[in-house]
Design a protein around this ligand. Sequence first.
Ligand SMILES: Nc1ncnc2c1ncn2[C@@H]1O[C@H](COP(=O)(O)OP(=O)(O)OP(=O)(O)O)[C@@H](O)[C@H]1O
Ligand code: SF4
Ligand SMILES: [Mg+2]
Length: 389
Amino acid sequence: MTETTIAIEQGGGPMLGVAPPEDVLLDVRDLKTYFHVMDGTVRAVDGVSFSLKRGSSIGVVGESGSGKSVTALTMMRLLDIPPAEIVDGEIWFDGRELVAMSDEDIRHIRGKDMAMIFQEPLTALNPLFTVGDQISEQIQLHMKVKKREAWDRSIEMLKTVGIPNAETRVKQYPHEMSGGMRQRVMIAMAISCEPKLIIADEPTTALDVTIQAQIMELLKSIQQRTGASLMLITHDLGVIAEMVDDVIVMYAGQVVEQGHVDEVFLDPRAPYTEGLIRSIPSVVGRGRRLKAIRGTVPSPFNLPPACRFEPRCDYPWDLCRATEPELYQVGAPERGARCHLYGPAGRGHRSPVVGTASVEGETESTEAARPDAAQVFLKSEQALEDRRQ
Ligand SMILES: Nc1ncnc2c1ncn2[C@@H]1O[C@H](COP(=O)(O)OP(=O)(O)OP(=O)(O)O)[C@@H](O)[C@H]1O
Ligand code: SF4
Ligand SMILES: [Mg+2]
């Protein structure tokens, strides 16, 4: 494939201040969210752009501290300002720009058209009220219905998310439920007002593996049934491979790779993504050592001056220490990698090992008849299981 060397960030991006086309539900443009703290400024989200079509899904992956949650919380306008500051950028959601929107207006969108499911429902649910009260309150607020109707809809929502004896459960307090049930309540609350976008931030981390799978299955079926878009944040690349259409890979507050999930996972371009994929068992192959990305995520107060991944990268050269790489188009127009290897100066330098993903027994080629990312990760789970035995 011939690589193009168009910087996505420079060439033909959306015109600032102009709403995206109707089929685009969410369009985040050059978003910058910083925290001003005692030790200095944390550039938690530093020029992040991505978009999501109506009814489709996007995954957000990246090591701890890469800015995944802060991106979502900025979208929901849930950050305390100060210490946070939305320094720059636009967030277009359903035809409206959210960064400049008043607090009053954002309240009509948050929980209604855009709903978020958090990692730990115990901190998100109020311990002093029954789950029914909490879901009903939200329904009454956004759907302008009477108390009785909101209560009945709460029961219906609990049934939708597979909670048995919903008529009884609705009167329980959060602490009377198991972690899995509480997470179902969070999902019930999130979908109660028929949102256009569901943001799920590590929705199953606190749960055991069987329940995790059930919750993910539930999310997927709800998304398919309601036609909502989904933004899924998780460390679990296997879940991303199974659940979403597109993926963005974040590192130190920036998007370092983006594209269709199969393309990104089976043919990673940014060295950082390549490192993430290499640490998955079936991708490296049985009997070979997993290769974790060396080094650690840089301190937000001491980011490398040019490419933020340079100290950990296998392919750096002078340019990487001198100039910050842009997000270059690699292949399809929406496919990008933030790496000088794909810029004008990248030719002649060693390319990352692309197309390394394989299902055992199949060839290493990423050409014809390659498996999809979900198959690869399914195999990787089996490989992990083998290792444990
Ligand atoms: N309230 C805050 N005050 C100061 N810094 C913050 C605050 N919240 C987040 N940060 C910093 O912003 C950066 C991005 O954090 P964020 O929570 O978005 O990471 P993440 O990608 O969601 O990580 P994880 O996978 O651990 O959830 C980190 O350096 C974090 O320390
Ligand atoms: S720009 Fe250079 S250091 Fe950064 S990821 Fe690419 S090759 Fe590695
Ligand atoms: Mg997070």
